[in-house]
Design a protein around this ligand. Structure first.
Ligand SMILES: C[S@@+](CC[C@H](N)C(=O)[O-])C[C@H]1O[C@@H](n2cnc3c(N)ncnc32)[C@H](O)[C@@H]1O
Length: 721
């Protein structure tokens, strides 16, 4: 198969029927069956897609597909591209059938191409080239290359002296954008970008560099994890979350791969260093009741979850390269929704970053193919002429009226492609052919995003959350925030939005805030409480609190993005965490018992606290003796337990479980109770045949439940909100 056939197959597989498989680049580079060099296939596919709107006009106006019935629409685009735009022409031998079939129409194709350029008011091919590049990025100018210096491994100073040695540091991002624009208009002419960088004024340790100078992925700094290529807007969530070990304890990144934000969190957490250790949590007051009475000098843990096992591998690699693996636990292939917030492992998680899958509509101009415009194939009834018509469409108009009816095709490629293929940020391609399609897709994503956010809100010690998307749709952004705030879990637990004046300095100064139009709540259904409960003042507070970024010519040079912060002060808490389930929630353990059992069966001290021995076992008021140690019973085989029913003869009616002495007498302890055979234990139950109701209530039960939750793997059946 030729380069052209292989590329055509790849391009058309990304069309209407493709719903998965990742970005164009990853599909090509992972395709082991390709005979042509993947880089060549990718360059051809990408460039032809960029030019396809113009090439489609050229192919249709010249009737190429009518005359060359062996050509498919995709092949015609690829060959025309190389014929008209590639310096080296068509990459086939001069006698190759495909090459011949296109070159015999060269004059006609050329003149249609000139017409297409003039229609676009471009005096030169270079001007047209610039226009095509801008259109391919959705009408936006080229952006700087954003580079985050990973402070776990390097410093801005070190990078200026090494990776950016010889680069000029300019005062504003606007100067970098200007240089980037200049480079953009010269693309394809072998020109390089200008060596200028700007140190960002909003996000610490972030650099904007002019593209087209260096391939940073090839630098030593990149390979060593000293620099990370991450758009400025994508740095907002971790920076806004502002995790502080002494205040927030452990941190969770709930949807983590590939790991840009996980590693950013790690760098921020570690930047709180004072004593050489990565992170120190002092186990202060709000953590009362934790195992061991607080973590003392334990390092903070970042728990990262990634549902997709393949993406999780990238995450693991990135965490390691960034040097944060010693305090990041990667839960590979783990669905965050199945994580039990009450699991003891997560009882000190105070800050969560939620960056779920979204429509990706803010990512324009990323390394993927723009929409492919395929020319219509001729209907099977039309008669091909053997020679190219030089008179078709003499006025140079677009030949749209030639085919008023939908194209009938002999080739599957001839099908009209969907209006747009929405490639979400996980690389999933969804054909969107109507506004209704788009709305349905956004609604489905929003419902999943809201579920994740409510789940994050249910973690007992959580006090801070950021929610972010790289979407521009209000349905995935402001609406999710408003719906989450109106939800039961938010109300019950006292979650509110992190106001602008409470945000970290750089984010406070970022002026692009929530969309006014989004506050009309168009598309949000009645009944969720948002429309009913939220007044205008509250909505305005939210609008000013949330942060947006747009991929457009606004001088910011960033991708489309959205982030909101949530906080709760922790004085309001959910009864589920304080009803004696022993989850380590904000309420002290003894208070929980107080609620459960105001009088209680246990001996108390003068302050009303239950008296316990070193093992935490309380003393029964009724007997003055220790309550039965359920902890020891935990995990034992039921058959090893002998139930002694109050008021009954011990062991009555059962196979004898007691020890006997040499004379055959039952061995008894000082209280007269028979001593059980080895491996057997007493358990006291209240009267009644076969009942196994434990005499020790409340706390004992909660202890055993807590233990078992510590042992499980954190999988969770769901939070019934
Ligand atoms: C937008 S990406 C995250 C990007 C990442 N935060 C970064 O900055 O590198 C969303 C990720 O969440 C993962 N994901 C989606 N649903 C998830 C879930 N329920 N639990 C864990 N991961 C999930 C997806 O597989 C995808 O890798």
């Amino acid at each position: 198969m030729s380069l052209y056939h292989e590329t055509a197959a790849i391009l058309t597989a990304a069309g209407p029927t493709a719903t998965h498989g990742g970005s164009l680049k990853s599909r090509i580079f992972k395709d082991k069956s390709l005979k042509s060099p993947p880089a060549q296939v990718y360059a051809l596919a990408l460039e032809t897609s960029k030019w396809s709107a113009i090439l489609k006009e050229v192919v249709e106006a010249s009737d190429l597909l009518k005359h060359e019935r062996k050509l498919t629409p995709a092949l015609s685009l690829l060959l025309t591209h190389d014929l008209l735009l590639s310096k080296s022409g068509i990459a086939l031998p001069a006698t190759h059938g495909l090459r011949v079939s296109i070159e015999r129409h060269k004059a006609r194709l050329n003149s249609e191409f000139v017409r297409a350029r003039i229609r676009r008011r471009c005096a030169t091919l270079d001007a047209l080239r610039t226009q095509v590049e801008i259109e391919a990025r959705g009408g936006c100018p080229v952006h700087p290359r954003w580079i985050r210096v990973n402070t776990l491994k390097s410093t801005v100073e070190e990078q200026l002296a090494t990776t950016f040695k010889g680069w000029e540091v300019v005062e504003s991002v606007a100067e970098v954008i200007k240089a980037a624009d200049a480079f953009d208009s010269q693309q394809g002419q072998g020109k390089r970008g200008k060596k200028v960088i700007h140190i960002d004024g909003h996000i610490p340790n972030l650099i904007a560099a002019c593209p087209g100078v260096a391939d940073f992925t090839k630098t030593e700094a990149y390979k060593a994890g000293k620099i990370i290529l991450q758009d400025k807007a994508s740095c907002f969530p971790a920076y806004l979350l502002d995790p502080r070990p002494e205040r927030d304890g452990d941190v969770m990144d709930t949807c983590a791969a590939p790991g840009n934000k996980t590693t950013h969190l790690a760098a921020i957490v570690a930047s709180r260093v004072e004593d050489g250790k990565a992170v120190v949590f002092d186990g202060s007051t709000s953590k009362k009741g934790k195992k061991g009475g607080g973590k003392g000098t334990t390092t903070t843990t970042i728990f990262a979850f990634e549902k997709d096992p393949h993406r999780a591998k990238t995450l693991q690699k990135m965490v390691k390269t960034a040097g944060s693996d010693s305090f990041t636990v990667v839960n590979a292939g783990k669905d965050f929704l199945k994580v039990n917030p009450l699991d003891a492992k997560y009882r000190t998680v105070g800050a969560l970053l939620l960056d779920p899958s979204c429509s990706g509509s803010g990512i324009v101009g990323r390394d993927d193919a723009p929409t492919l415009h395929l020319p219509s194939a001729p209907s099977s009834s039309s008669t091909p002429s053997s020679v190219p018509s030089t008179k078709a469409n003499p006025k140079g108009k677009q030949n749209n009226n030639k085919r008023k009816s939908p194209p009938t095709s002999s080739s599957t490629e001839a099908k009209e492609p969907p209006t747009k293929v929405l490639i979400d940020d996980d690389g999933v391609a969804i054909p969107i052919s109507s506004q209704a399609d788009l709305e349905a897709r956004i609604a489905s994503l929003a419902s999943f995003q809201l579920t994740l956010l409510q789940h994050a809100m249910s973690f007992p010690a959580a006090k801070r959350i950021t929610y972010s998307t790289c979407s521009i749709h209000a349905g995935e952004n402001e609406h999710v925030v408003l719906r989450a705030l109106a939800s039961d879990v938010a109300k019950r637990r006292g979650w509110r939005v992190l106001k602008r004046e409470e945000q970290v300095e750089g984010m406070r100064r970022w002026d692009v805030r929530g969309e006014q139009g989004a506050m009309d709540l168009e598309g949000v259904t009645e009944g969720e409480g948002v429309k009913e409960k939220m007044d205008e003042k509250e909505k305005e507070e939210v609008r000013d609190a949330v942060i947006r970024a747009y991929y457009r010519d606004d001088g910011m040079g960033v991708m489309g993005f959205f982030v909101a912060g949530f906080v709760r002060d922790g004085t309001v808490d959910d009864p589920i965490y304080t009803n004696g389930t022993g989850t380590g929630a904000a309420q002290p353990e003894d208070d929980e018992e107080e609620k459960e059992d105001p009088e209680g069966p246990f001996v108390r001290d003068e302050q009303g606290r239950i008296v316990r021995d070193v093992n935490g076992i309380p003393t029964l008021k009724s007997t003055g003796k220790k309550a039965v140690d359920l902890k020891e019973l935990q995990g034992e085989d039921e058959s090893s337990v002998e139930y002694r029913v109050e008021g009954q003869e011990e062991g009555a009616g059962k196979e004898e479980p007691y020890q006997r002495d040499e004379e055959g007498q039952i061995v008894r302890d000082e209280e007269g109770l028979p001593v059980l055979k080895e491996g057997r234990r007493w358990k006291v139950v209240k009267g009644g045949k076969g009942q196994k109701e434990e005499e020790v209530s409340g706390e004992g039960e909660s202890e055993s439940k807590e233990e078992s939750s510590e042992e499980d793997d954190g999988e969770w059946g769901g939070f019934n909100d």
